[in-house]
Design a protein around this ligand. Structure first.
Ligand SMILES: Cc1cc2nc3c(=O)[nH]c(=O)nc-3n(C[C@H](O)[C@H](O)[C@H](O)COP(=O)(O)OP(=O)(O)OC[C@H]3O[C@@H](n4cnc5c(N)ncnc54)[C@H](O)[C@@H]3O)c2cc1C
Length: 415
């Protein structure tokens, strides 16, 4: 473990902006993490924990403290998984036969929940891929999200109708204050919309070491994948031949033929015929068409959170903008015509406000701007500074306040 000085942080974040870390260290295990924290304490330095830098805007002045880059690796599947997996394979032929004849009933002999533990420094999408490869489902909708496993719990990442909290079982943390590790159960993590205890005062001292997820064994024809998100439904309905799109290993007669016939029979209900691996591929395709390519742009994804507002605020804003999409905060689908009944809190589409009300989609100012295909995303066109990006974000926040009266929160963390 080497503690370095004056390390340029723009090389460690996806915005590709920002100044230097006064001190910088990459840690690969808990001992190194403890040594790093001791160093910070001895030198009275604040600690900044870095994952993949994909949700950060780092100031041009840099960071006057110790940046600890989490590089702890390791993934463990519950040991009984292997037996279950073999068993699953041995049942495959039977399942396909059942599916073809439309039987596809639950086999009570098949076990379902598998605990998977991943260390904080694992690359999130590689981890998802490994789980899907093992025929486990639960994470496939979160395919393609940049960053690390550790931050999946910090941010409670979410995409395409799924949030990490739905599959997180518990989280192991290192407490900077006490120098001890402890386990937090899901309900102790206070997960919310892109929120958790780790973003609040009481959790600020906690560094996520590893996250334990509860995933399920996939059984075709039995499992209900989460496919009701509009983009997924649209993708399936506009791609008549799944064969054209699927990876080579799906293109065997054994797998594609039943899939194809099921797709035809169940058009409009992809949950009934997709596998987790196929759903992952679809999500990756959707994301490619919609989100900026990190090789071309600097960005940290959605810069802002969708506002969560009261029923009274919603009714007021709908008078002015009747087409504004919204949904009760405890649901996940945009529905402009959702009846305003019991729920008291509603999430509204900030993308709609930025695009249709403020006309900011594709807006460019110098080297920074709003992404042309997704108005929540601020991009660095090449040579932007963090200050320019921050100024644009502040201008947008002010414009929204002026037009709608709403206060909005950043999703991106500012250092
Ligand atoms: C193109 C693009 C698309 C994206 N799409 C999505 C999306 O669909 N859904 C979504 O939710 N997000 C999305 N994001 C945002 C981002 O990928 C996630 O927030 C991700 O979880 C950040 O992970 P990271 O490792 O890069 O975290 P970082 O950016 O390194 O850190 C983010 C915050 O978490 C803290 N942190 C990181 N690791 C730890 C740890 N182990 N312990 C304690 N604190 C830690 C950091 O201190 C910082 O405050 C997208 C970003 C980009 C660039």
């Amino acid at each position: 473990m080497k503690i370095q000085q004056n390390i340029l942080l723009s090389n460690f974040c996806t915005f590709k902006t920002g100044g230097c870390a006064k001190y910088f260290v990459a840690v690969k295990n808990i001992d190194e993490l403890k040594q790093a924290v001791d160093f910070a304490e001895q030198n009275q330095l604040p600690v900044f924990v870095l994952g993949g830098g994909s949700n950060l805007l780092i100031s041009d002045e840099g960071v006057n403290g110790l940046v600890i880059k989490m590089e702890m690796k390791g993934i463990e599947f519950n040991p009984s998984l292997r037996a279950r997996h073999h068993f699953l394979n041995s049942q495959k032929a039977k399942l396909f036969a059942n599916l073809k004849s439309g039987v596809g009933r639950r086999n009570p002999a098949m076990s379902e929940t598998i605990q998977v533990t991943a260390f904080a420094g694992e690359i999130w999408d590689d981890f998802v891929e490994k789980c899907v490869e093992k025929n486990l489902y639960g994470l496939e909708n979160l395919s393609g999200v940049p960053g690390t496993v550790g931050a999946s719990a910090i941010q409670n990442i979410g995409a395409y109708g799924v949030e990490a909290k739905e599959v997180i079982d518990w989280v192991e943390v290192f407490d900077i204050e006490t120098g001890e590790t402890k386990k937090l159960k899901k309900n102790e993590c206070q997960f919310g919309y892109r929120d958790s205890i780790f973003k609040k005062t009481e959790g600020k001292n906690l560094i996520v070491i590893r996250v334990v997820y509860k995933l399920q064994n996939f059984q075709q024809g039995v499992t209900q994948l989460k496919t009701d998100y509009k983009d997924i439904q649209e993708w399936v309905s506009t791609h008549s031949s799944l064969r054209d799109f699927l990876e080579p290993d799906f293109s065997t007669a054994q797998r594609v033929e039943p899939l194809k016939s099921l797709a035809q029979e169940n058009r409009g209900n992809p949950a009934s015929f997709l596998t987790p691996k196929q759903l992952r591929e679809i999500i990756i395709q959707i994301r490619k068409n919609k989100l900026p390519d990190l090789k071309q742009f600097g960005t940290a994804g959605s810069f802002f959170k969708n506002p969560v507002i009261t029923k009274k605020q919603l009714e007021k804003i709908l008078q002015q903008y009747p087409n504004l999409p919204y949904f009760p905060h405890n649901q996940k689908k945009w529905a402009p015509d959702t009846h305003i009944s019991n729920p008291q809190l509603f999430k509204i589409s900030l993308a709609f406000i930025l695009d249709k009300i403020l006309g900011l989609k594709g807006f460019k100012e110098g080297e920074t701007g709003v992404f042309e295909k997704h108005s929540l995303i601020i991009v660095n066109h090449g040579n932007a500074t963090s200050t320019e990006i921050k100024n644009l974000a502040q201008k947008i926040t002010k414009d929204i306040k002026q037009k709608t009266g709403l206060d909005i929160d950043n999703e991106v963390v500012l250092w």
